[in-house]
Design a protein around this ligand. Structure first.
Ligand SMILES: Nc1nc2c(ncn2[C@@H]2O[C@H](COP(=O)(O)OP(=O)(O)OP(=O)(O)O)[C@@H](O)[C@H]2O)c(=O)[nH]1
Ligand SMILES: [Mg+2]
Length: 315
C-alpha cells in the first residue's frame, strides 16, 4: 500500500466540560455539535445532569463531550448532587475541559485591583487539582471582553495559575476560535477509532430532551427562586411515524403553591407562553409538528427528597 492510501490516524475519546455555573459549558457543546442537546439559559445552575454529546470529524476522530452541572457550593441536596455529578464525571473521561468566563474574570480583576483568579474559580481549580486530572483551559465569552488588550494578560495569568496542557480563548456564542479548540482537543485524545456510530448524537432519550426543553423555557420566563424549584417530567411521549406529529405531555413539578400560581400566570398566560416557546424548539428538534400538553403539580420539598432526586435522575 502506498503512503497516500494509508487510512488516516484517528483520535477519539471522552472530554468532560466542567467549570462554574453559567460559564457556557452547554453552549460550547451545542455549538460544536450544531444541535441543542443541552439546554442553556442566562441563569446559573441550568444543567442538572451529565449529558453525552458526540461529534464525529470525518478522517480525524470523534469527541464525546460530557456536559456537566456547574461546580458550586450549596447546602441544598439537589445542588450538592449536581456538583457531585460534575466531579464524578472526571473519573471516566480522557480529558477535562475547564471552562471559565473571560469577561467575568477581567471584571473581577478590575474591581479588586488584583491580577489573580477570583476565589470561585480557584475553588473549581482546586477540585480539579485534587483529582489530578489533565486538562485544557477554555477561556470563553471573549466576545464580551471589550478591550482585546485585557485578554492577553488574562491568558498569561491563567497559564501561570494552572498546569493545563493548553489555554484556548473562544466564544461559544459566536463560534470564534471553535475550530482551534476542536483541533487542540483531538490532539490530546488517544489514537483510536470512533467510539460510537457516526450518526450518534447523545445518550439521552428524546423524552429527556423534551422535558429539558420545557424546563429551559420555564427557567427563561421565571425569576428569583422559581427556576430552581422546578423539575419537568414527561408523562407520555408518542411519536407516530405514520403521522407527522409527536404528542408529548409533561408535568412541571414545583415546590410551593405560590410557585404554581406564578408559573400559570394571570389567566394562564405564562404557562401558555412557556408551552408555545417550548413547542417551537421541539418542532425544530424533531423536524415534525409537536402537540404539547403541560400540567403543573405541587410536590413540596422535592429538591431535598432522595426519591424525587433519583426519579428525575439528579442523584
Ligand atoms: N456573550 C456570550 N455569551 C455566552 C457565551 N457562551 C455562553 N454564553 C451565554 O451564557 C449563558 C450561560 O450559558 P450556558 O451554556 O447555559 O452555561 P453553563 O456553563 O452550561 O451553565 P450551567 O449549566 O448553569 O452550569 C447563556 O445565556 C449563554 O447564551 C459566549 O461565548 N459569549
Ligand atoms: Mg449547562
Amino acid at each position: 500500500m502506498s503512503e497516500s492510501t494509508q487510512p488516516p490516524q484517528l483520535s477519539s475519546g471522552f472530554v468532560a466540560l466542567v467549570g462554574q455555573p453559567n460559564v457556557g459549558k452547554s453552549t460550547l457543546m451545542n455549538g460544536i455539535l450544531e444541535v441543542k442537546v443541552a439546554i442553556t439559559t442566562p441563569k446559573p445552575q441550568t444543567t442538572r445532569n451529565r449529558i453525552l454529546g458526540v461529534q464525529t470529524f470525518p478522517e480525524k476522530g470523534q469527541i464525546c463531550f460530557v456536559d456537566t452541572p456547574g461546580i458550586h457550593r450549596s447546602k441544598r441536596r439537589l445542588n450538592r448532587a449536581m456538583t457531585d455529578k460534575a466531579l464524578r464525571s472526571l473519573e471516566e473521561v480522557d480529558l477535562v475541559c475547564h471552562i471559565v468566563d473571560a469577561a467575568k474574570i477581567v471584571d473581577w480583576q478590575k474591581r479588586s485591583g488584583r491580577a489573580e483568579l477570583p476565589p470561585e474559580e480557584k475553588f473549581v481549580m482546586d477540585r480539579l487539582d485534587d483529582r489530578g486530572v489533565e486538562g485544557v483551559l477554555v477561556v470563553n465569552k471573549i466576545d464580551l471582553v471589550k478591550s482585546k488588550l485585557d485578554l492577553l494578560p488574562l491568558i498569561e495569568t491563567l497559564t501561570e495559575a494552572s498546569d493545563y496542557h493548553d489555554v484556548v480563548p473562544v466564544s461559544a456564542l459566536t463560534g470564534e476560535n471553535q475550530d482551534t479548540l476542536v483541533g487542540v482537543l483531538l490532539d490530546h485524545l488517544p489514537e483510536q477509532g470512533m467510539l460510537f456510530p457516526e450518526e450518534m448524537l447523545t445518550d439521552r432519550a428524546e423524552r429527556f430532551i423534551a422535558a429539558e426543553y420545557v424546563r429551559e423555557k420555564v427557567m427563561a420566563q421565571t425569576r428569583d427562586e422559581v427556576p430552581y424549584g422546578v423539575a419537568v417530567e414527561v408523562e407520555t411521549f408518542r411519536d407516530d411515524d405514520r403521522r407527522d406529529l409527536v404528542e408529548i405531555s409533561v408535568v412541571i413539578h414545583v415546590e410551593r403553591e405560590g410557585q404554581k400560581g406564578i408559573l400559570i400566570g394571570k389567566g394562564g398566560r405564562r404557562i401558555k407562553a412557556i408551552g408555545k416557546a417550548a413547542r417551537g424548539d421541539l418542532e425544530n428538534f424533531f423536524g415534525k409538528q409537536v402537540y404539547l400538553e403541560t400540567r403543573v403539580r405541587v410536590e413540596p420539598g422535592w429538591s431535598e427528597d432522595p426519591r424525587f432526586l433519583r426519579r428525575f435522575d439528579y442523584e
